[in-house]
Structure formats: C-alpha cells, structure tokens
Design a protein around this ligand. Structure first.
Ligand SMILES: *Cc1c(COP(=O)(O)O)cnc(C)c1O
Length: 381
C-alpha cells in the first residue's frame, strides 16, 4: 500500500479479500440453487461501488443491486456487464438509458409501468422489468389490492413485445428482529402475490425477498436469489441477529487517522467546542484529524471509541467538522501514531457496531456515511 500524502491524514482501508470471503460464506449458506445479488447502492455502503462490485462478482455473486438508476449506469460505464437490478425510480427515468444499458428496472406502480413502456417504444427495445410487491413494509412496492391491475398491464405490454417481466420481488420490514410476527405475515403475502402473478401468466427469471438478516437467518425466504448488502461488508444487520463472526463474516472497512498533535495540558482545561470535557488532572491530549465532515457522527461526542497507543480511548468532548480529541492520560504517543476508529475488532480496535452504539444508530449508517474526503485504499485486489 502506498502512503501518499493524501492517505497520511486518514484513510479507509477496504479489504477486498474479506469481501470476497464474505460473498463465498453467503453463497455457502444459501446453497447452489440460490443466486446472490451483491447490493452496492450508496457507493457500496461507503466502500466504493466499482471495486466492490467486481470483487463480489469474482467471488460468485451473479447479480448486482443498486437503489438509483444512476448508480446502476455507473457500473455499466465502468465496464461491468453482469445483471443489475435498480429499484428507486422517479418520474422521468432515465428509462431510455436503463433499457439501452440492459438494466433490470423495478416497477412498483402504474406511472412507472407507463413510462417504461413509452421508453421501450421510443428505443424500439424491450425493457427488463421486475415488479415489486409491498407485502407489508409500507414503503416502495405495489399494494396487494393494486397488484392484479399492475400485473395485468405489465403482461399486456409484454404481449406487445415492449417488455419482459424478469422478476417478482419484495422487501422485509423487520427481518433484523428475529421472531417478529411481520416476517411470517410478509412471507405469506408474498407467496400469495407470486401465485396470483404466475397464474396470470408471469414467468419470472427470479423471485426474491431476502436482505442480509433474512439471508443469514431465514432460509425459507431465499427463493431464487438473495440480496445481501451489509453482510457482504462483514457488518452485522443488528445485535439481535448476531455478530459478524457468528456467520463467518469479516468486516471489510478499517478506518484510520494519523495523530496530528500530542500536547500536555494542565488540570481543569476545557476540550473542544462547548468545553463538554474538562481535564481532571494534568494530562496529554491527542488530536485525531477526522470529523463530522468525514462522517464521524457528532452524536458520538464524548462516547466514540478509538484505539490509540495500544488502548481504547473515548472521544473527549465534541466531534468537530474536521477533528476530535482523545485524552491520552500521559501515555507516550507520538504525532503520526495510528488512531484506529473501527475495524475487524481482532486487534483491540473498536468495530463499526461499537460506533453505532455510541451514536445511537445502526452500523449501516456508520460505514455508509464515511465521506469522500477520506481516501479508500484497496487491499487484496
Ligand atoms: C438495501 C437493500 C438491500 C440490502 O439490505 P441489507 O440489510 O444491507 O442486506 C436489499 N434489498 C433492498 C430493496 C434494499 O433497499
């Protein structure tokens, strides 16, 4: 790894070997009859979409998933030609570009079906369309009461050669809360909606429902394909589901900063904006050059854990835009020493889950919000 000036201040190391191993572990869990879609939305949860998409495919994922069409088109622009499903469309598309790029385009309602059909007429090319069912999440997707009309109009367009219905799918609300009663109810509704669509004449390539927690804990939800995101990055969907190690998964991202200053201060010295931390003895302070502009949650002020000089310290006072302080308690730490905010956790460093607890959020948000000012350094390419 090259230590360029840019990566000296801070860097997020992305272990693509760990990502490939995680994909293989997930494939082992679902068996050979079930395909794996690597979800790489939001710049692969902050890990870098293109390198992570390539690594996932190398390890046997056969599909990729994104939220927006622009994320999917960026994969195509990088030369990735694997099947890509994207699910968050707004009026205006870009449907024509999606058709030309051979994307699988999710349709949850009649407005989208009409726009994609018009685009197929314009481009004189059939669209690949996956119909999304709202089986209880109450977010995107088609309500059961509206399903037969959506399916019927999609089949009519398919009959005209304007599209092919390639998939039927849905998404869980509470798969990360083992035993939640909505899980069984959603599964039952999905089975009914599948049956209705197939009876009407849909013959999909893939039927799918499982996100990471369902992939890990609910084999009855795997159908033809699973859509893991967070698990592929070696992070647990929730503490209730288990730790990454429980499932043979290893965290992919390690976030480091280089200590920028170490100085002695007297007792009674306030630290950082608002003086929410005041030294209770003469001590030494270490400055870590990462802040909320880099995605370090300000909400973890006074709480976030950092490994510096062989010990886990706690953020002293507020996280600022570009930096925060730790109390080193007189320990011998030199400027340039590594401050590890989170990583795999097996070298004494905190994990993204630890930061999530400190910031009252989920580990998804911790890794995904690491900002563009932090260079990603790829290991084991
Ligand atoms: C984000 C997302 C996923 C992946 O969810 P994880 O919990 O990260 O596995 C799967 N499907 C859809 C529709 C999503 O939006």
């Amino acid at each position: 790894m090259s230590e360029t000036a840019q990566t000296l201040r801070a860097r997020a190391e992305i272990d693509l070997g760990a990502l490939r191993a995680n994909v293989r572990a997930l494939r082992g869990r679902v068996g050979t009859d079930v395909q794996v879609m690597g979800v790489v939305k939001a710049d692969a949860y902050g890990h870098g979409a293109v390198p992570c998409a390539r690594a996932a495919l190398e390890a046997g994922a056969t599909w990729l998933g994104t939220a927006t069409p622009h994320e999917a088109l960026a994969l195509r622009a990088a030369g990735i030609d694997a099947p890509v499903l994207c699910w968050l469309w707004t009026p205006g598309g870009p449907w024509d570009e999606g058709i030309r790029a051979g994307l699988d385009m999710t349709v949850s309602g009649l407005w989208a079906l009409r726009e994609v059909t018009e685009a197929a007429r314009r481009t004189a090319q059939p669209a690949r369309v996956q119909l999304k069912a709202d089986t209880g999440l109450g977010r995107n997707g088609c309500q059961p009461a509206d399903w037969s009309r959506l399916v019927g109009e999609a089949l009519a367009a398919q009959g005209e050669g304007l599209l092919r219905v390639t998939g039927l799918w849905s998404h869980f609300a509470c798969a990360d809360e083992p035993g939640h009663p909505s899980i069984g109810a959603q599964l039952e509704t999905f089975q009914e909606m599948l049956e209705a669509a197939e009876k009407a004449g849909v013959d999909p390539e893939v039927r799918h429902m499982a996100n990471s927690p369902a992939t890990l804990t609910l084999p009855q939800t795997h159908f033809d394909l699973v859509r893991p995101g967070i698990a592929m990055y070696g992070v647990s969907p929730s503490p209730e589901v288990g730790t990454p190690a429980d499932f043979g998964l290893r965290p992919v991202m390690r976030l480091l900063g280089s200590v920028a200053l170490v100085k002695d201060v007297p007792s009674g010295h306030g630290v950082s904006y608002g003086h929410h931390y005041v030294t209770d003895r003469p001590t030494t302070l270490g400055l870590v050059p990462l802040g909320y502009a880099d995605g370090i949650p300000r909400h973890a002020s006074g709480r976030g854990p950092v490994l510096v000089g062989g010990k886990v310290r706690t953020v002293a006072g507020r996280v600022a835009m570009d930096q925060f302080v730790v109390d080193l308690g007189g320990d011998a730490v030199e400027p340039g020493a590594q401050a590890v905010l989170f990583g795999a956790g097996d070298h004494g460093e905190p994990t993204a889950e630890d930061w999530a607890r400190a910031a009252d959020t989920i580990a998804y948000e911790i890794v995904t919000r690491i900002g563009s000012r932090v260079p990603r350094v790829y290991l084991n390419e």
